[in-house]
Design a protein around this ligand. Structure first.
Ligand code: TTP
Ligand code: CA
Ligand code: CA
Length: 648
């Protein structure tokens, strides 16, 4: 069977008797060792921390496991532990509502930077000081790093591939490790293939029953008999589940966190698996069960199908279920959605996803920002915030290895908003000596002074500081240009390359692929200027600012603004009101604005650009069209890298 065939078919048992050989070939086995995405035996795990921020607070405060606890940001809740969920408390509750539902609830406020302070801290009075405090996610990033480090420690050093997918989740490609365990446990697999022909089928595994322990095993569908003997894909995934169980136990033992995991043959299925049973459980989706697992599901649960693309598919085909969509021929999907998206969707709902686990996702820029209400009125106040921004950014730079000179940003940019006008200034960051916080702070002050020289700047409604153009010590990376490429994806451009084959489209939604196909920023930002005219596709500038105070790095709107258009847990972009999936997605999105601004400046716009506060109707891009719920994917969302901040 060719390796590009759907994995669930690989293990389809041969009905009837007397099967002597495995469905899998010697070649497929050996491809495991190199993490080949075309190995039908590959095993991917997705590990996601349960109620992550809530667990961080419970561990930090030594709170009993059955105590209901939620993490509060101003008047809203951003994480709810499982004991509190029993009281029907959700992210949509305010603190007051939640306390009504569960008087015993601990509502712990997130740490904040206080205006003028040099370090974030847990301030008891933070909720009533939204104007002078800024949320810090540092405590959670720190825990996130510790957990990732431990996961890596649990896996053999030379046989691990781990991708941080967000602040509380990772993908792990277990293929190479499993390959080595298979050869160890089943020495017959080390024999050369008959006739030295790698396309020969393997012998069947010498096992008739597998011990899945406490794993949630996804049921098989009617046509797949459980009685059929296990094949090597079952054995491989079983070994994967053993590895993951051990990793989870270590996280629990050493760091006291519980997490859930999904183990499957690809990233998409493994991610669906980790969410399937929570908390503190793992779900195995064997190839032979994948189709059944998917068919009862709504496709909007799949990554990239939660947002606009999902909406479009729903309205085009009049269904939300995978089962119905499976009946639609590929040609029809292609004609309605475009060739690439159609093919991608066709494969995805069949459980086919050959995207790689990428252990080298690197951030491109960092941003720290705050919207003020009331506005701030003088240089002194602004400088206090710049101090916080630089401390915030510097602590994240430390994670990136700035002290060891592993990676460092090349440019800094400051945005300032006054009376509906945004001014921005950018500057190179001096190279040579090791970058320190003082240098960043001085540079930020310098940029602010330049902006002040340009005219009336007080009161100021928003300040936002960013660094970008990351380079690593050894080889240059894509820098800002690479980041900007993502902008095209943000625009949700409809131009789809026609030459893509089935295999290449199976990996990820087509928009995402274009980044590597067309590595030139000019292609993505054609000569259209953003502030006038335009067809709106690329115009991410200027939507109205609600003026509500937000911490733009943590992104959740305050109670005031949420009542207008978004549920409390949304991460909203203060520049264009786009709703993002989580804090990091928001940050990535804001970084995109920043990169875009730089691009405009490089193209000869004035060094500080004044922009209208709102774009004419119809000019808003995909990014500006905020919806009631956070966009969980869709064509407008594909680019906001799931893993901007390095996990460890
Ligand atoms: P999630 O993994 O989505 O949720 P969770 O870990 O709280 O709960 P679950 O057990 O269902 O996985 O998000 C991880 C953290 O990201 C979460 O603890 C808090 C933060 N977050 C927000 O601040 N706001 C949000 O809207 C979401 C979705 C997450
Ligand atoms: Ca989680
Ligand atoms: Ca998560």
């Amino acid at each position: 069977m060719p390796s590009s065939s759907p994995p669930y078919q690989m293990s389809s048992p041969v009905h009837g008797t007397g099967r002597q050989k495995s469905h899998f070939t010697y070649r497929q086995l050996s491809l495991l060792a190199s993490y080949s995405t075309s190995s039908a035996l590959r095993v991917i795990a997705h590990i996601d921390l349960d109620a992550f921020y809530a667990q961080c607070e419970m561990v930090r405060l030594g709170i009993a496991e059955d105590q209901p606890l939620a993490v509060r940001q101003w008047e809203g809740l951003i994480a709810i532990n499982y004991p509190a969920r029993k009281f029907d408390i959700s992210r949509h509750c305010t603190v007051t509502d939640a306390k009504k539902l569960c008087p015993n609830l601990i509502a712990q406020h997130v740490a904040t930077w206080k205006e003028g302070d040099e370090k974030w801290a847990y301030h008891n009075d933070a909720p009533s000081h939204i104007g002078t405090h800024k949320v810090s996610l540092d405590p959670y990033r720190l825990q996130s790093r510790r957990i990732l480090a431990l996961i890596k420690e649990c896996l053999p050093q030379n046989l691990q591939k781990v991708e941080k997918a967000s602040i509380d989740e990772v993908f792990v490609d277990l293929s190479a490790q499993i390959h080595s365990i298979l050869l160890e446990r089943f020495p017959e697999l080390t024999n050369p293939p008959p006739y030295d022909d790698p396309t020969e089928k393997l012998p069947l595994p010498p096992v008739t029953a597998l011990d899945w322990q406490a794993d949630a095993l996804v049921d098989l569908d009617d046509t797949e008999a459980e009685a059929d003997d296990p094949d090597w894909d079952d054995v491989a995934i079983l070994i994967g589940s053993e590895i993951v169980r051990d990793v989870r136990a270590e996280i629990r033992r050493q760091l006291h966190y519980t997490c859930s995991a999904g183990i499957a043959s690809n990233k998409m299925l493994s991610k669906l698996g980790s969410a399937y049973k929570k908390p503190n459980q793992q779900t195995v989706i064997r190839n032979r069960a994948a189709q059944h697992f998917l068919s009862d599901m709504k496709f909007t649960k799949i990554r990239n199908l939660g947002g606009k693309l999902g909406d479009q598919v729903t309205s085009t085909f009049g269904t939300e279920t995978i089962k119905d969509l499976l009946l639609v021929p590929v040609e029809q999907l292609k004609s309605k959605l475009g060739d690439d998206t159609g093919v991608w969707l066709y494969n995805t709902i069949r459980g086919i996803d050959s995207s790689e686990v990428n252990s080298r996702t690197q951030i491109k820029s960092m941003l720290s920002a705050k919207s003020f209400r009331p506005s701030i009125n003088n240089l002194d106040q602004a400088i206090k915030w710049l101090r916080i921004f630089t401390a915030d950014i510097f602590s994240r730079l430390l994670e990136e290895g700035v002290l060891e000179n592993k990676r460092r940003p090349k440019t800094m940019n400051l945005h300032h908003r006054h009376g509906g006008q945004t001014r921005s200034r950018s500057s190179g960051i001096p190279m040579g000596k090791t970058l320190d916080e003082r240098t960043l702070f001085d540079l930020a002050k310098h940029l602010l002074n330049q902006i002040i020289l340009e005219g009336r700047v007080w009161p100021c409604a928003n300040l936002s500081l960013a660094v970008a153009g990351f380079e690593d010590g050894v080889t240059g990376n894509m820098g800002i240009g690479g980041f900007l490429l993502k902008g095209d994806e943000a625009r949700g451009s409809k131009t789809t390359p026609r030459e893509s084959s089935m295999e290449s489209s199976a990996n990820e939604p087509p928009e995402k692929k274009r980044r590597t196909d067309n590595p030139s920023i000019q292609r993505f930002f054609p000569k259209r200027e953003t502030s006038s005219g335009g067809d709106g596709e690329g115009d991410l500038d200027g939507s109205e600012d609600t003026g509500h105070p937000r911490d733009d790095t943590s992104g959740r709107p305050t109670t005031d603004s949420r009542s207008q258009q978004t549920p409390i847990t949304d991460y909203m972009c203060s520049r264009c009101n786009a709703g993002l999936e989580d804090a990091e997605a928001l940050q990535s999105h804001l970084d995109w604005h920043f990169a875009k601004d730089l691009q405009d400046e490089e193209r000869g716009k004035p060094a500080f650009a004044s922009k209208p506060a709102s774009a004419p109707r119809g000019q808003k891009s995909t990014c500006a069209s905020s919806s009631k719920k956070p966009s969980r994917g869709g064509s407008s969302k594909l680019e906001y890298g799931q893993s901007k901040l390095k996990f460890g």
